[in-house]
Design a protein around this ligand. Structure first.
Ligand SMILES: Cc1cc2nc3c(=O)[nH]c(=O)nc-3n(C[C@H](O)[C@H](O)[C@H](O)COP(=O)(O)OP(=O)(O)OC[C@H]3O[C@@H](n4cnc5c(N)ncnc54)[C@H](O)[C@@H]3O)c2cc1C
Length: 378
């Protein structure tokens, strides 16, 4: 069986590794001429260790054990049972590429995906060699689009694009008040429905960022925030990110039964925090299982879909929160609720959600009040 994967980044390379390990003939194409760009500081939950069996030490820039949350007039500090890991995208992708090649996959850079056509059970993929400006066609049994938020594979299969948000972050010297083992989150509903964050890459450097509707808006607000905190940007990192919607994590480029999408291309992203790395790896694992065992990818994605839907539900509620609601929420962070947030990672919401409600039933009232207020326009 021959599989062509478009996109030599996190989800594409992990899919390639899993398939090639089982003897599948895999070719991975990317339009970039080098791996891993553009550079990005990423935070992932300790759950990544479970997905990958264990994460190579050289991938990790830093581990953070504490999370500090700030609303307008309250704060809370959590001690995470499973530290979050800070990784740099370029290094991460380079190591994934090595793993894919060791498993037997071929990675071919400098090729732009232009389209595909169906011939019986085969799919014929058109790729352009960007250096020579020449198109070539390759026949395969399966085509996988791991080509990110603006997936050309998904578009070629006539699927609608994803809803998107903009993410901007700046690398800054770690402020004196910062600590290398602690990341911080500030809620300020006048500036963002999401939050500002500070993620320490080391004892000296951190990434500070936020999510907003578009890149210029996000950048303007981030610059203001940096000025307030007296932080100077070393570099900016920004891009749009896909937002998971109810019913769209199926990853199958319908009606093409042998064309699939994975990772950001399938909007496999937790929309509470807009984290896509771990969901994309779960997506890759589900796709590899489906291909190897002749199973239905959509079915294999059921667990991930439930997880992403819960994040979406919570995001809908949080989008209606006022600063006072965040004060109230942070005020609840003691006792049972705090313990659950410390114990379970952000990639385990299906396990932790009901536990949180049981530990703090007034969460329901808080959410319902925020939704009602938004409906009534008050
Ligand atoms: C600034 C920023 C910070 C982020 N921080 C976090 C974080 O802290 N934690 C987290 O979990 N997530 C984070 N994310 C999201 C995370 O980066 C993505 O979810 C993740 O990179 C998705 O991986 P992917 O392999 O699916 O797609 P991508 O990494 O987007 O890779 C797609 C690949 O496809 C290639 N490609 C695209 N089109 C074509 C084409 N037509 N032909 C050939 N090749 C093509 C691209 O060159 C690229 O290599 C962040 C995103 C941004 C923008």
């Amino acid at each position: 069986m021959k599989v062509i994967i478009i996109g030599a980044s996190i989800s594409g390379l992990y899919t390639a590794t899993l398939l090639a390990k089982q003897g599948v003939d895999v070719e991975v194409y990317d339009r970039m001429s080098t791996l891993g760009g553009p550079s990005r500081t990423l935070i992932v939950t300790g759950k990544i260790n479970e997905v990958l069996d264990s994460i190579p030490e050289e991938m990790v820039l830093n581990q953070v054990k504490y999370l500090e949350l700030f609303s307008k007039s309250r704060s809370a500090r959590l001690e995470l049972s499973y530290p979050d890991l800070i990784v740099e995208r370029r290094r991460f992708v380079e190591i994934f590429a090595r793993m894919a090649e060791e498993a037997g996959a071929q990675i071919i850079l400098g090729y732009l995906f232009e389209g595909f056509a169906q011939f019986g059970r085969k799919v014929v993929v058109t790729l352009r060699n960007l250096e020579a400006n020449e198109a070539k066609q390759i026949s395969a049994d399966i085509l996988v689009g791991a080509d990110g938020v603006q997936s050309a594979v998904s578009q070629a299969a006539s699927r609608n694009g994803h809803r998107v948000a903009a993410l901007v972050q700046a690398r800054v010297p770690l402020p004196e008040s910062g600590k290398g083992d602690t990341y911080r989150v500030w809620f300020d509903t006048n500036q963002t429905k999401y939050f500002y964050w500070l993620i320490p890459e080391s004892d000296r450097v951190a990434a500070v960022g936020l999510i907003a509707n578009d890149v210029p808006q996000a950048k303007a607000r981030l610059i203001k925030f940096l000025q307030e905190k007296q932080l100077e940007a070393i570099e900016f990192q920004s891009s749009i990110v896909p937002m998971h919607q109810f019913g769209n994590a199926n990853g199958v480029a319908v009606p093409n039964r042998n064309v699939f999408v994975v990772g950001d291309a399938a909007a496999q992203v937790k929309v509470t925090t807009v984290g896509g790395v771990v969901p994309g790896l779960y997506g890759a694992r589900a796709l590899a299982q489906a291909i190897l065992n002749g199973r239905n990818y959509r079915k294999e994605l059921d667990g991930l879909k439930m997880e992403l839907n819960l994040h979406l539900l919570i995001r809908h509620v949080l989008n209606r929160f006022s600063d006072q609601d965040y004060d109230e929420l942070i005020g609840m962070l003691d006792g049972g609720l705090k313990e659950i947030l410390q114990e379970w990672t952000r990639d385990e919401l299906t396990q932790s959600f009901l536990r949180m409600i049981r530990a703090e039933p007034s969460l329901i009232t808080l959410g319902a009040k925020a939704c009602l207020r938004s409906i009534l326009g008050g």
